[in-house]
Design a protein around this ligand. Structure first.
Ligand code: OGA
Ligand code: ZN
Ligand code: ZN
Length: 387
């Protein structure tokens, strides 16, 4: 592969496309580094050790797993011999080891630009937001799946429509993306009113806006709820965007935001077999003040264990946030039709439902969870395939 006599384009053991990038024009030695210039005029400077560390030969990067084998412990003290051949960089190190770098790969990985990213930024719901709708049949195509994944990561939710009325469809759809994230409620759960409920969702009562399982260290990232029956009166679905509402709280009452984001409180679920508990603030912010995650669920909030003099302020802040979330301005309401599935970012978008009358008809949803990593992974793989 590294033969200088018949140099093909170097294989960087990298699945993200890079071969379309510009070719190198020249490589010039500098102290401890090499200056590169591409045919389109772009330039960069890369230290010897960085180049040695990124050698993609079979000794330095496992040819099956594509994982790094080389460990960068020995400083590189001697300049390599360097050649640009057909727009690619070829180096021979002082110990005789040879490295080849594709010009397009180096261009993609140069430190001046961000690494390749196909994931959308989260964007807050605007006024009159409506969820992106993707038909079930479209979801089964690469383009449709990509649109569904993009909507969930960008808006925090997406509505799938026109699906079949068959049990377990939610699991089949989830497993196109990744393994179902199991919890104490199983890897797939039925939401309907049950004789001996161990959870408010398994009754007919209304569910105020909440996230599922804030009592876990890592609450489920993405929730899927597939509607099989919705013939009971009531039972409308409710959603609100945490990103939008946290911004509204910051504008309206910054001290309430500070209280809720800086005061850890307890969350807890208990039944005969479990006692799952977590202490964390209701709102977790990133260093730049943007929302990292919400833990909002009134019925599995545990004892409010705070110094007594902090309690009034906490309850006041909670009431302010509660009223914002449940206001007409922020709460989205619609009826899930049988054959529709709503999927949402459980750590960003709150969900709930209106009470229903179990004597007026059947209501049956099936749900499961997914890890966000699997959605991001599918988007990267699809970008590779649709390239
Ligand atoms: C749940 C839930 C909503 C609904 O199961 O966690 O919130 O519409 N269900 O029943
Ligand atoms: Zn190597
Ligand atoms: Zn829920």
């Amino acid at each position: 592969m590294n033969s200088v006599a018949t140099p093909g384009a170097p294989d960087m053991q990298e699945l993200f496309p890079y071969a379309d990038g510009p070719r190198l024009a020249s490589a010039t030695p500098d102290t401890g580094s090499i200056q590169l210039k591409w045919q389109n005029g772009d330039t960069t400077q890369l230290p010897w050790l960085w180049l040695r560390d990124h050698c993609a030969c079979a000794e330095c990067r496992h040819p099956q797993t594509r994982e790094r084998l080389y460990i960068p412990l020995v400083p590189i003290a001697v300049a390599p011999e360097m050649n640009v051949i057909n727009g690619h960089l070829r180096l021979t190190w002082a110990d005789g080891h040879r490295s080849a770098f594709h010009g397009g790969w180096l261009h993609q990985r140069r430190p001046e630009v961000a690494l390749p990213n196909v994931l959308p930024e989260a964007s807050a719901w605007r006024d009159h937001f409506t969820p992106e709708r993707i038909e079930h049949a479209a979801f089964l195509t690469e383009k449709g799946e990509q649109a569904w994944l993009t909507a969930i990561l960008r808006d925090g939710l997406a509505l799938l429509t026109d699906g079949p009325l068959v049990e377990e469809e939610v699991s089949r759809l989830a497993e196109k993306i990744g393994p179902q994230r199991a919890t104490n409620f199983g890897d797939r759960f039925d939401v309907r009113s049950k004789p001996n409920p161990n959870n408010a969702a398994y009754t007919a009562v209304g569910l105020a806006l909440h996230i599922d399982l804030p009592n876990w260290h890592h609450p489920p990232d993405i929730q899927l709820l597939y509607c099989l029956q919705n013939g009971a009166s009531g039972g409308e679905s409710l959603f609100a965007d945490g990103v939008r509402v946290v911004e509204a709280l910051r504008a309206q009452d910054p001290s309430a935001l500070r209280t809720l984001s800086e005061t850890p409180i307890d969350f807890r679920f208990q039944d005969e077999a479990h006692d799952i508990a977590m202490r964390a603030p209701l709102i977790d912010l990133n260093a730049d003040g943007s929302l990292r995650e919400l833990r909002f669920n009134n019925w599995i909030r545990d004892t409010l264990h705070l110094p007594a003099e902090q309690m009034d302020a906490w309850y006041r802040a909670y009431r302010t946030l509660w009223e914002l979330f449940h206001s007409d301005e922020h709460q989205l309401e619609f009826t899930l039709e049988p054959g529709q599935m709503i999927a949402f970012d459980n750590r960003r978008v709150l969900h709930g439902r209106r009470a229903f009358d179990p004597n007026s008809g059947q209501r049956h949803l099936q749900g499961t969870y997914l890890d966000r990593d699997m959605l991001e992974s599918r988007l990267r793989v699809l970008a590779r395939q649709l390239h």
